[in-house]
Design a binder for this molecule. Structure first.
Ligand code: KIV
Length: 273
């Protein structure tokens, strides 16, 4: 990447400064080719650990490893020159101690060249976020439904649908903000709670199944393109790529079987003597 491109790329402080401004558009991407397509349009690209479920068919994000995240983070960095690329820290790579989190965050930053990392957890991760941000690691926090805790939670269900459950989620948002996170993802949280948190915290909130009032939104690319078979209620399909792929594959199958492919324009003749 040239110095010029590095200067043009959106940074974590620029995202932080967009609190209350134009909505921050974020999509996930795990590959170079999808990144090249989305990079000019979006503000942030998240290399989410959802790649375990989307790319590898895992049932949860729990088995995803640091090496998997670094490999796909690097692929995304190769395809992008504009958006802020944020790489998820996978389960088990940061919870043990702030020192473990720092070691592994530094591996992600150095080996991919990305601009920030994301980790799940509010109050319980505040000390770690403070440790990382105090040492030059830009951190996006993630509260509400935290899929890496699925084994403790028991199911992927929306949070804060009873007002009695709001206080700990609000505290999570306050504490990650005070600890220095430049933004916070709020996942699958009752809309009025997500709106209230957005009003109350000084950092941008990025909603997924949260509220249109959030400072930005994020979706998993394959879900919004219509490639994923099952999607949560909060996903809107903005395309139907699955149908396009099925019809292209059917066209290829038919053309191979009736020998109309390869056509003369797809084959090599002999050189003229
Ligand atoms: O892993 C992921 O893709 C995420 C988003 C859904 C926020 O964390």
């Amino acid at each position: 990447m040239s110095l010029q491109n590095q200067l043009q790329r959106i940074t974590a402080p620029q995202i932080r400064a967009r609190k209350g401004g134009e909505p921050i558009v974020t999509l996930t991407s795990y590959h170079t080719h999808t990144t090249r397509i989305i990079d000019p349009y979006v503000d942030c690209i998240l290399v989410g650990d959802s790649l375990g479920m989307v790319m590898h068919g895992m049932e949860t994000t729990v088995p995803v490893t640091l090496d998997m995240m670094i490999l796909q983070g690097l692929a995304v960095m190769r395809g992008s020159e504009h958006a802020l690329v944020i790489v998820d820290m996978p389960f088990g790579s940061y919870e043990e101690s702030p020192q473990q989190a720092f070691r592994n965050a530094v591996r992600i930053l150095k080996e991919t060249g990305c601009g920030a990392i994301k980790l799940e957890g509010g109050e319980r991760m505040a000390e770690t976020i403070r440790f990382l941000t105090g040492r030059g690691v830009p951190v996006m926090a993630h509260i509400g439904l935290t899929p890496q805790s699925i084994m403790a939670l028991g199911s992927f269900k929306a949070q804060g649908r009873d007002e009695a459950d709001w206080a700990p989620i609000e505290k999570d948002a306050q504490l990650v903000s005070e600890a220095g996170a430049f933004a916070v993802v709020i996942e699958a949280v009752a809309e009025p709670l997500a709106a209230k948190i957005t009003m109350d915290v000084p950092i941008p909130t990025i909603g997924i199944g949260a509220s249109p009032v959030c400072d930005g939104q994020v979706l998993v690319l394959e879900d919004m393109l219509g490639l994923s078979e099952r999607v949560p209620k909060f996903v809107k399909r903005f395309g139907s790529l699955g149908d396009h792929i099925r019809s292209a594959v059917q066209g290829y199958v038919d053309a191979v079987r009736d020998r109309s492919f390869p056509a003369p324009e797809n084959t090599y003749g002999m050189r003229k003597k």
